[in-house]
Design a protein around this ligand. Structure first.
Ligand SMILES: *[C@@H]1O[C@H](CO)[C@@H](O)[C@H](O)[C@H]1NC(C)=O
Ligand SMILES: *[C@@H]1O[C@H](CO)[C@@H](O)[C@H](O)[C@H]1NC(C)=O
Length: 405
């Protein structure tokens, strides 16, 4: 008897409609004929080798075609990435603001910079078009510049820092600075020149740089940091309308070994300029956040500055610049390891009212793995990627509770 496809399909239930189907493709598997296995193996081998040959022929063809145009399938063959520095363009002439950061030239920095720019664009800037200003002491390749500036549709400017902005000032005793670095090699960045050059630039010199001249506000960001939730209103606008000068997300303790004489240097400044500085006995000051009531000394609390939105009239103004010059002249950046976050925070205590400082509860933000801030507002964390319970703000190392007191 000859078995047909339809017999198989209706196997054992000729009278009823079929409840299952066997794909006719499987039919040849039913009879097991001797020799069939090896025939099948040889056929498979032939198909695989012919496909492989065809694949490589196609690849070679495409390669030849594309290499003529300068961009091969695999890499940019003519190796001419292209970037031309645009002029700084302000989407809102009444609010001249930009994202500002510092980078090194290596590929890891390139990756981190691009991913943070993507976050900023996706979470906020796609709707606002603020430009970016990117400083580096290293020569950035055309590839670096083109890849970074193509991460956003908005203006990206690169600014090279020479030794005036990034290096030792003439006044530093190099032997003393070298000795300090050796003695501090067990503290994070303790033996680093680069940390100190960046700290000095970010603490004060940046505000004298020509690239900052045309800006009223900046949003300082750090490469590799993450923005976790949508930013639904314009923080620059908020700062402007509410007359805020400085803002932060994380507040935490500095290692005391890095700043043993910072507070006494600040006290000297206050004694020298009593009429121009804000004292602990006054109202609406940052001092209760920073002074330990028992020891009456600095409790090492400060605002982290890897995220910082600021009104640049504060940092560029004569009061802050004089304060920075005083700090810079002491040499504490090099003889100890004063960072820009503690310098900025000390200046805020000496020169600003607490009501001029804003804490951004509403911005989801992450530094490295362990420093997470997630807003409590459900609509924000719902459309973001963070868990409020992971908040660093609740941990013992955070100073935020002191600021909110
Ligand atoms: C390389 O590519 C750039 C743009 O992609 C083009 O302007 C330039 O003329 C090309 N150079 C050569 C030598 O083909
Ligand atoms: C660095 O550049 C500035 C201008 O941007 C200039 O005034 C200064 O002399 C330069 N410093 C060095 C060491 O070249």
């Amino acid at each position: 008897m000859k078995i047909t496809n339809s017999d198989i399909l209706h196997l054992g239930q000729n009278k009823n409609p079929p409840t299952f189907q066997i794909d006719p493709f499987f039919l040849p598997h039913f009879p097991s004929m001797p020799g069939l296995q090896s025939i099948r193996k040889r056929a498979t081998l032939r198909v695989v080798s012919i496909s492989a040959i065809l694949f490589f022929v196609c690849l070679a063809f495409l390669h030849i075609v594309f290499s003529g145009t300068g961009s091969s399938l695999f890499y940019n063959r003519n190796n001419t990435y292209h970037y031309e520095q645009p002029a700084l363009r302000h989407p809102n002439p009444n609010l001249k603001a930009a994202f500002v950061t510092f980078t090194k030239a290596d590929t890891e920095s390139l990756f981190k910079l691009r991913s943070t720019i993507r976050d900023l664009e996706d979470r906020f800037n796609h709707a606002h078009q603020y430009p970016y200003v990117i400083f580096s002491n290293e020569g950035l390749s055309a590839e670096f510049k083109e890849l970074v500036s193509s991460s956003t549709r908005h203006n990206v400017l690169f600014e090279h820092l020479n030794a005036t902005y990034y290096g030792y000032p003439d006044t530093i005793d190099m032997a003393r600075a070298n000795k300090a670095r050796q003695q501090m090699k067990d503290i994070i960045f303790g033996d680093s020149d680069d940390y100190r050059f960046q700290a000095r630039f970010m603490a004060g010199l940046i505000f004298r740089h020509p690239a900052m001249a045309d800006l009223d506000y900046y949003w300082r960001f750090e490469i590799g940091t993450k923005y976790l939730t949508p930013i639904t209103s314009d923080p620059f606008q908020y700062m402007h309308e509410n007359e805020k000068k400085l803002s932060f997300i994380f507040a935490l303790y500095e290692y005391h070994e890095t700043i043993p004489t910072l507070y006494s240097a600040v006290q000297r400044y206050m004694n020298d300029y009593p009429g121009h500085t804000i004292h602990q006995t006054e109202q609406d000051t940052l001092w209760p956040f920073m002074i330990d009531p028992n020891t009456e000394s600095y409790n090492n609390c400060h605002f982290w500055s890897n995220f910082q939105i600021a009104d640049l009239s504060f940092f560029k103004g004569p009061a802050y610049q004089a304060f920075f010059d005083h700090i810079d002249r002491t040499g504490g950046i090099f003889y100890e390891r004063w960072g820009d976050p503690v310098i900025h925070t000390m200046a805020a205590a000496v020169l600003l009212r607490k009501s001029q400082i804003h804490y951004w509860e509403t911005i989801g933000y992450q530094v490295a793995d362990q420093f997470v801030h997630c807003p409590v507002e459900k609509s924000l964390y719902k459309s973001g990627i963070c868990r409020p319970i992971a908040n660093f703000d609740h941990q013992g190392y955070s100073c935020l509770p002191k600021f909110l007191e």
